[in-house]
Each structure stands twice: as C-alpha cells, then as structure tokens.
Ligand binder design. Sequence first.
Ligand code: ZN
Ligand code: ZN
Ligand code: ZN
Length: 469
Amino acid sequence: MASNFRDASVPVTVPTSATITPDTRDPAIIVLEDRFKNATDLEVWEHCIGGRRIENIPAIADDLANHTIVVCLDCEHWSNNTDETTEVGIATFSRQDILPVVANGDFGDHGEHLMQQVKFYLLRTIETSHLPNQNPESRGVDGNRFGQGRFVTFAEARQILTDLFVQPIDCIPGLTGNYPIVVLGHDVGHDKNNLKSKAIAFDMDPIGTVVRYIDTQMLARDKGYWMMPKNEQIGLKRLVEELGFEHSDSHTAANDAGRTLISAFQIVLGGHSCKKFAFKTMKQVADDLERHSITNSGEGLGGAEKYCWKCGTVGHMKADCRATGLYCNECAENGCEINPGNEHVTMHCLCIANKKALVRREKDAAARALKRPKVKIPTRGGFHSNWGRPQSRSSAVRPSGPLPRRGGFPQYYGPPGGYGFVLPSSGGNPSSTGFGGHGGRGGHGSFSFGRGRSETYPPGRGQRGYYQD
Ligand SMILES: [Zn+2]
Ligand SMILES: [Zn+2]
Ligand SMILES: [Zn+2]
C-alpha cells in the first residue's frame, strides 16, 4: 500500500502520514493485531484468560498468541483538578499464568483460582501525593484494597509502564520479540488518553506491542448483559453491583482496576458451573481476592513504600514526619499563615495546586459558556432488556433453540448460544431469568442478570438481591 503511493507515476491525493509510514513492528504482532481486530472483545478476553482461543490465527503468530499478556489499567486524578494525575492502578497476568488452572479444571468458586493468578499494583505519584481527597465519604487512596501502594515520580511511572508494555520474550523456543499486550479497562480509551496527555506522558500505541484494547463496557454488551438503545454505557459501580459484589472505596485506581478485572472474569464466566455451584458468595470471593492481592503482589514494579509529602523525602509517611524548618517559596511570597502541622516544601504546596485548579476551572467555565446546553432524553433499557432490539455491533439476538452442550475443555467459558444470546424463560418474560444457582429460578442454564429489569424504570433503582444467598 505504502509503496504504491510512492511509486505512482500519476499525481494522487497525498495520503495521511499514517498510510505512508511503514509498519516496522514485529510481523507476528501485526498479524495478531489484525486477527484480534476481527474478534469481539468477549472473544479476545476469553482467549486471554485461557478459554477458547481466537480461531484461524496465522502460523506466524499462532504460538505467540498463547503468550498474550493482559494489562488492566485505571488512572485517578485530583477531584479539584483532573489535570493532576494522582494514581495508576494496574492488574496484570499472562495467558500462561492461567492455563495450568484451566488445565486442572478447578476454577474455584466464581473463578477464584483463575483470578488469583492476577497481580495488582498501585502507583501513587509523588508530585501530586499532597493533593488531598476532597470527598468526605471516601477514604481516598487510604482505601486501597488491591496490592500494595508504591510512590513513584511521573517519570518513574512512565518507565514502569514502559517496562510493562515492553516485555522481551526469552527462553521460549521459536519465539522472539516482545510479548503481545491486550489492554483492558472500563472505558479504556479514557485511561489511555489520560496516561498519554497528562503528566505521566505515557503513550502506549507507538510501543507497538498492544494487539487489542478491550473494555468491560463492551464485554457486558457482547455477553448480552447490558443493552441500551443509544449505546449508553454502564458505570463500573453498577456493573460490579449487577455482578454481585461491592465497589467499596471506589475511585482509587487499584480498586477500580481490580473491580474492572474481576467484572471481566465474571462476565465471561456467566453461566459457568463455577458460579452456578459456588459455595462462597461472589462478595466473599471478591473480598478474599483483595487480601490475596496484598500478600501476593510479588516483588512489585518499583517505587518507594513510604513517602512524605510534607518534607518531600522517601522513607517515612507524613504522619511520622519529624522535619523542621520546612520552607515554601509560594506561601512565603503570599504571606500565607501556615498552621502547625501544615508546614511543607514548595513542591508540595497546596496553594500552588489550588491556584492551578482555579485557572483550570475558569478555562472550563469559558469553554462551557460557548457550548449550547444539551437536552437530556430519557432512555430505556439496561441490564438484559434488549429483547428484539439489537443495538450494538454484537447484540444480535440469536433465535432460540436447543442449547449447545458444554463440557469440552475448549468451551469452558463459552456462553451457550454466544453473544447477545438470551434464554427466554418458560413464562415468556424475556427478563425473568436469573444467574444460575444464585437467585435464579431453578438455575437451568440461564446466564443473564436481572429479574424484571426492563419492567421498571429507572432500572435497578432501589432494587437489591440479585444474589439471594
Ligand atoms: Zn517528612
Ligand atoms: Zn500558601
Ligand atoms: Zn506552600
């Protein structure tokens, strides 16, 4: 394609730079990316977690596809000024980590043993470590429940992320280059852009190892769990609740990444016997996984365990700071009255941060004033209310018919019926089937959420008990 443009003897429209830049990436990665592009998010995810492989992967990438690594990301920002990145949450595992559990066949309740293969990390950025949690309802980053927080500079965060996305393959016969990466997120484009455009300045695309971005919002759609007429997306909190666990201490990066990861597993495992016949509740499994993640975070990705955003040194936390004579240029210049305990170095000055936040708010207000207000249109739909109204690219409702028998190893994760397939209940109420043995009616192979969801609007408001254990 590119050479055709260059060799053309007649004038042609000048192509965009993207079309004339030769793709210098690993050919196997390019092939894998190409193959994954034509699969749904759910199919790619299933492949990543050791389930059914993506079919017809060309030979050049066939083995490489067995070594796909998933990186699940979430970024957090200071609520007073979202330009200020404060945390990055990471959950990561390789298909190879999971395959032994899959081979052994004991997934654990709700796939607990599968999810135990995931490692969780929380990066707290040093430059913004002093920016306080503004939400009195939230413990902020102190409420982290996944992995162990580590303090890193923006530059260190960039390096850690680079190392995550550039993992050279060694000691695998026949394979060279870097491991292919699948990026998972909830509204993943958002986190990707935040990492790129804000202070961490990490751009994953040019690295060339990412073969696919997948999104829990798309997984919920692909599975037929969440259908809305105008493609409205499900929020993470709602998704987590629908799946039967809790999004406690939300909006800290590792908690959000952790719950995104768990949700992705729960979506694909919907209808599987490890959920239907689980002894533990989903919430118990999620809670246990939090504890497991803290003791099994391994050697970590780097960074300091403790950092003081009062004196600006590594090795102790602010509460234990004994530094005296701390001096802030900004506060000295402004003649700020500094209460005992609030002394700080210039780098961690809240006055500077508040000033920047004010500038940002004024800019936003000016931008808003130029925009016309949007009229909000009430919408219908929600969990499992897509009957006869296929909306998304993969929501086509299949005709009902006999369920394919499961049981073969490669189909462990398969939703009987596939994407968007919804099993009608005997009573003919399209949305009255529950989730297997938990709150379902009879647990006869139903694998969708919700009961009567579409009968009430707004959906789910004030309703509880999808898992009535
Ligand atoms: Zn200190
Ligand atoms: Zn000040
Ligand atoms: Zn200051």
